[in-house]
Structure formats: structure tokens, C-alpha cells
Design a protein around this ligand. Structure first.
Ligand SMILES: *[C@@H]1O[C@H](CO)[C@@H](O)[C@H](O)[C@H]1NC(C)=O
Ligand SMILES: CC(=O)N[C@H]1CO[C@H](CO)[C@@H](O)[C@@H]1O
Length: 389
């Protein structure tokens, strides 16, 4: 009796811990954005362990965050996907890679590291070509192989219009970002939209595994065309995406773990701090379980196939905040780039570039580059559209 009770409660906690196949995690301290310590990461992981056993971070060198994250995971079953930040300045990549290799000598990568992700939307931000990212993926893979860690998958993250054949061929698995929210999709069409992108990438990927590296929906902030942020919509998107992903055995990283209220608010990104499943004080936004697949019936696959043409729009899907690497050090510009991504997307989707310059918080992203990126994005989307449809 006692035995079966224990088994039952184990089963419940295991199921709860598997609510999310992984969560996007920014280890910086939620109260002020300060660099993490082992203790602050441990506190975060304690809260997150109710929902998942895997997180994704975006750099190991920024804030030296790789070390406290791996230290906090020692003697646990936590898994982590380690990002290497990539921008225009290849020294930034080299620095992150060298820190990765240093950490590999200190921590048990085979136990804890489920992937190394070289670059996060760097092609989308026009900081690298897909061929340049492909080279870096090979370079990192070779460096890991040389130290006996060739079994760790190496990939790169891009939004769906930018995951071209060059990149697909270079990675161990495809790690694609898709945000129906940033396509201005009504919540009613969000499920078909995201799976449409997944199926298209699967078609290009052939036998290679496709993982959704980021998806999510904000609970607060401004509407984005027909996409409305709300608690109800966040939960609905969560249920529809995750329950269907589970049925189709698609792994994913949910964006994101926590609302990060310390982030600068800019007009182009007023949903920025609202993507978490947990609030900034680490309390849950939703009752447990956060979603329930009981009774869930996915839309027919054909509806996804039809969704792109039905909407008549093929805007790039742009991720939410991916990282907070500071622009004043090492030429990192993901903070403004992250904001501007959305501004650019907005500019494209609204046929105006006026939003592009408004979000720069530090001058790293100029109005001019905002404009030119919008143009590139528009043509890249057209290219991707011709490749995909
Ligand atoms: C590239 O990054 C390195 C290291 O962070 C920095 O020292 C250097 O000044 C950067 N170069 C450029 C051109 O920004
Ligand atoms: C933070 C901020 O500047 N918000 C402004 C964004 O723009 C709208 C109008 O488009 C204003 O109402 C907000 O105050």
C-alpha cells in the first residue's frame, strides 16, 4: 500500500516535471539583471524543477554564466543547452567557444549538456550569413570532438525563414524558432501557423530531427496586429502547441521561464517582459497543471498546410528576447537587436520602417541599420517563401 502510494506520487511529480520539454532561461538575477551566482541559479532551478528538467541559455561567456549554471546542476539530473553568442565580431564567438572548452574540462558535459547552440538568430539579424554560421557549427563540433565530446549535438538557432539548406546541412539537428505572435496571427490561427512552419522545415530537413528552439505567447503588453497578448491566450497557445508537439514527438524549448521585469521597456517591445510561465517574483502565472492535454484534439494537418496561403502573409517569425548580452562590452548587441528584431518585424508587417529606430536603447542599432535590415528581411522572407512553398 505504502509502496504503491509512493509510486503514485513519484509518477505525479515526474509528470509535472515533464510539463515542458525545456525552458528558455536567462540566469541573470530577476530583481536587477545582475550576473548570476551559483545560489541564485540554484534558487531558480528549484522553482523550475516543478516544470522541466532542461533549460537553454544563450551564452556561456556573458556574465560568465556558464559556470554558475553548470555548478548549480552538479549532482542533479538537470540538463542544459549551452549557447555560444554570435554577432558580426567573430572574436565574440571565439571567446564564447573558448569558455565552452574551458568549462568542458571542469564539468560533466556528457551528463548535463544536451546541445551546444552556435548562434541565435545571427542570420536573421544580418550579422552572419548561413554559410558563416555553418562554418562555426563545424568548428565547434570539431573542437568538441577533439576532446572526446563529439557525441554532444551541435546546432544553431534561427527563425524559420532563415533556416536554409546550408544551415540544415551543417547542424546535427535543426533548431528552429517560430512565433505566430510575431506574425500578427490571431490566437485562433496560431496552432495551424506554427505547425505549418514545422512541417515546411521538416520537409527541408529530410531525416534530420527538427526541434522548436523557441516558441511562446506573451500574457501582457500591446497587441501585434491580430495577435493579442493575454493570460488566456498564453495558456491556450501553450496547450495547443505542446499537446500537439507531444503527439507528434517534437521536442521544444518553451519561451520562456520567467518574466524579466528588470529589462528596459521600449515601445517596440512592450510585450518584452511578459513571456514567462512564471512571474518576475517566480510565482506561477497559471494553476497547476499549467495546461492539460486531456481531451485535446489537434487540428487536421491539412489546416496547417492551408494556413500560410489563407492568411496571405509570410512575415518572418521573430523571437522574443533571446539574450541580454550587453552591447557596451565586446560589441554585443542582442539587447537592442532583440528589441529591434520586433521593431523590424513590425515595420515589415505594417509596411513601414518607422518603428525600426525607436527601440534603440544604446545606439548600437541605428535607424539606418534598422531600415536596411527591414529591407533584407523582406527580401529574405520572399526568398524563403520561394524556397518553402
Ligand atoms: C570584437 O570583440 C572583441 C572582444 O570582445 C573586442 O576587443 C573588439 O574590440 C571587437 N572588435 C570590434 C571591431 O568591435
Ligand atoms: C513605453 C512607451 O513609450 N510607450 C508608448 C508607445 O506608443 C504608444 C502609442 O503608440 C504610447 O501610447 C505608449 O505610451
Amino acid at each position: 500500500m505504502k509502496f504503491s502510494l509512493t509510486l503514485a506520487s513519484l509518477a505525479i511529480s515526474a509528470a509535472a516535471a515533464n510539463q515542458f520539454s525545456g525552458l528558455s532561461y536567462n540566469p541573470k538575477q530577476l530583481t536587477n539583471g545582475d550576473c548570476p551566482t551559483v545560489d541564485t541559479v540554484k534558487d531558480d532551478l528549484k522553482v523550475l524543477s516543478k516544470y522541466t528538467d532542461q533549460v537553454r541559455i544563450y551564452s556561456v561567456h556573458d556574465c560568465n554564466q556558464g559556470e554558475p549554471v553548470l555548478r548549480a546542476m552538479e549532482n542533479t539530473d538537470w540538463k542544459v543547452q549551452l549557447g555560444l553568442w554570435v554577432n558580426k565580431n567573430d572574436t565574440v564567438y571565439e571567446t564564447d567557444k573558448n569558455e565552452l572548452l574551458r568549462l568542458a574540462g571542469v564539468f560533466d558535459f556528457k551528463k548535463h549538456v544536451t546541445a551546444v547552440i552556435v548562434g541565435n538568430e545571427a542570420v536573421y539579424r544580418k550579422e552572419q550569413t548561413s554559410a558563416q554560421i555553418a562554418d562555426k557549427v563545424h568548428d565547434t563540433k570539431a573542437a568538441l570532438t577533439k576532446i572526446g565530446l563529439g557525441s554532444i549535438p551541435v546546432t544553431s538557432s534561427e527563425t524559420w525563414p532563415f533556416y536554409d539548406k546550408t544551415l540544415v546541412d551543417a547542424v546535427d539537428y535543426v533548431n528552429v524558432h517560430a512565433f505566430p505572435f510575431w506574425e500578427g496571427t490571431d490566437i485562433d490561427g496560431a496552432q495551424d501557423k506554427v505547425f505549418k512552419h514545422i512541417y515546411d522545415i521538416q520537409a527541408i530537413a529530410g531525416k534530420k530531427k527538427v526541434v522548436v528552439g523557441e516558441t511562446g505567447w506573451p500574457d501582457n503588453g500591446g497587441n501585434y496586429d491580430a495577435a493579442v497578448p493575454s493570460l488566456k491566450n498564453e495558456q491556450r497557445y501553450m496547450r495547443e502547441f505542446i499537446c500537439r508537439a507531444n503527439l507528434e514527438k517534437i521536442d521544444y524549448i518553451w519561451f520562456s521561464a520567467f518574466d524579466e521585469a528588470w529589462k528596459p521597456v521600449t515601445n517596440a517591445s512592450d510585450v518584452e517582459t511578459h513571456w514567462g510561465i512564471l512571474k518576475g517574483d517566480k510565482t506561477p502565472k497559471f494553476n497547476s497543471p499549467m495546461y492539460d492535454c486531456k481531451g485535446f484534439v489537434p487540428n487536421p494537418k491539412e489546416d496547417a498546410e492551408e494556413s500560410a496561403s489563407a492568411s496571405g502573409s509570410r512575415h518572418a517569425s521573430v523571437s522574443g528576447e533571446e539574450s541580454d548580452l550587453e552591447s557596451d562590452e565586446a560589441g554585443y548587441d542582442s539587447k537592442s537587436g532583440g528589441h529591434s528584431s520586433k521593431a523590424v518585424s513590425k515595420a515589415v508587417s505594417k509596411g513601414s520602417s518607422s518603428a525600426a529606430g525607436s527601440s534603440s536603447t544604446n545606439g548600437a542599432w541605428s535607424l539606418t541599420s534598422g531600415y536596411s535590415t527591414a529591407g533584407v528581411l523582406a527580401s529574405a522572407v520572399a526568398l524563403a517563401a520561394s524556397a518553402f512553398f
